[in-house]
Every structure is written in C-alpha cells, then in structure tokens.
Write a new protein. Sequence first.
Length: 329
Amino acid sequence: MSESSSSPREKLRLALVGCGRISHLHAERVSADNRAVIVALFDPDPSAAQSLRSGVAKSAIVCSSLETLLEAQFDAAVVASPTHLHFEQAKVLMARGIPVLCEKPLARSRQEILDLIELSRNSGMLLSVAYQRRMSAAYRTIRGLVRSGKYGPVRAVVSHNVENWQSTIRGTWRNDPHMNPGGFVGDAGSHKIDAVFYVTGLLPAAVFARTDCCGSRVEIVASVSALLTDGVPLTMDFVGHAQHFSELLSVHCAQADLVLRDGDIWRASGSHSERVALAEADSNPITAFLDSMLNGAENVAPAECALPVFDFTQALLESARLGSSVVIG
C-alpha cells in the first residue's frame, strides 16, 4: 500500500499496471523525465513484466498479482492494461488513495466511467486519461486559435484519420470485441474523437455511421456524418488498414479555416493560406501527470473528458448496426 505522495523524497515512485507495448513508451517517458522512477510492475503475463524490467525499469519489482502490487510502496500508478480491466484496476487503486493515469478508453461502459468520475470527485484523488493530443503543442495551439473567438464561431469540422493499425492487432487483445469494443475507432480512434471536442469545445449531438471489420473481429474502418452542439456538422473517417499514418483536423470558422495536418497548422482566409507557428509547449501524458502531482498543474485530461468520447463511439457503433442516425441524449 502506498504512503502519502506528499512525503519528501528524491523521486516520485510509480507502479505500472500492464506491461504491453504502450507501457514501454510510458516507461521511456518516465526515465526521460527524471522526476519519477518505476518501482513496481504487474502484468498477468510475467514475461511481459520481465521484458519491461530488463529494459527501462531495471529497479522495479515484478508482482504476480494486483493484490501483491498493492503491498508495494509507491505514490501513483499508470494503468496500461487492456480496456476491459481499466475500471476495476483504477477503482481499486484510487480506493487505496493512489492517483492514477489510465490509458484510453477509460472504461467499457458509461456507468463505469460515471463511477470513476464520482470516485475522483468525492475523494479528490487525481485521475487522468492518457489522451495525448491534449498535451500536443500542435493541438493545444489550434485549440487556442479556435477558442480565442478571433475567427468567429465554428461552422463545420472535418477529421481524417488513417493508420496501418489492422496489421498490428493480429493475435492480440485488440482484435477481441469483448476486450476492445469499437476496434480502431474505440482504441486509437478515441484520441481523434477527443481531439475534436478538446479543440472546438463542442459536444456530440447526433451520429450516422457505417463501419466494416475488413476481415478482423473488430471494426477497422468507419465513415461518420455527425452533428455537434450548436448544429455544427462534423465529417469524420477512420481507415485502420491504410499504408501510412496521417491525421487531419480542419476547423472551419466564420472568418478563417484552421487546419492541423500531420503536426503542422495552417490558417486560410480568403484565397490566402499561411503556416502558423506553434505557440504552446509540447508534452505527453506522463509529463502532464507528474506536473499535476508535483506542481499542482491543471489536470488537462480529467475523467470527465472520457464521457463524450464514449457516448460518441457508442452512438457511432449503434448507428452502423441500425443503418440509421442516432441521437446522443
């Protein structure tokens, strides 16, 4: 069980729950930050935990169960296990007074998300979701431009997302609809859905969608026509069997188009288009989580932000099943 994170010590002690591919990235970021150290690891597959320990978490102990992990001494935890385990693991950790950074999606059901939101609010315990676009200099910059009001209200939004995702999921939990509901849309696509709401400040109102599993057990592609609050149309697509990685977010305001394409921002007005310099610092979920814990910085990805992403994703999947538009209540 952890001690209070307010106790003075040289580095913040982190536990890592789940030791798959994304955990190696988190561990590398912890190592690079130098304000924290990973002291405990747990994964149902001991070889996964041992592999991470032999890499960038050499001082960590490997625990055989979550219960054993809770007996270790640490200040905060990163939950990076398959989606269907997030709720129970985050709930148990927070009930022990342990702040949590949880990978996306936060949970499998709306009620689970609401329960975690309530637990965080009532306990005052930090719960952050690893929506990394919220920490990106490019997304933070375009958000500032859109939210400034300088270019007038948002009139339309377009989001284009392609990635060679399908080839990475064969034989993994991500190809199991029970563990990864929504496939590419629910997993990697959740970052892109959250980015739309984060940048514009708008929320989902209605969705019409078509999806295809393309030979996998989970959804690989989706084409979406949606309405956001204030009647703003959103056109969004997800192509999870593409041959390259690319993201485009185009926010069409009354006085200018603001476009984020593969990390670069462009502003178009009239017939003139110009590149916009990034005005915000770049960060990542680990750095932002440590900033909140150690410096009292704003939690830029609180549990509440997972709810509209979940509602939009579920409406999208329901619309594809029904072949009709779904209103988001």
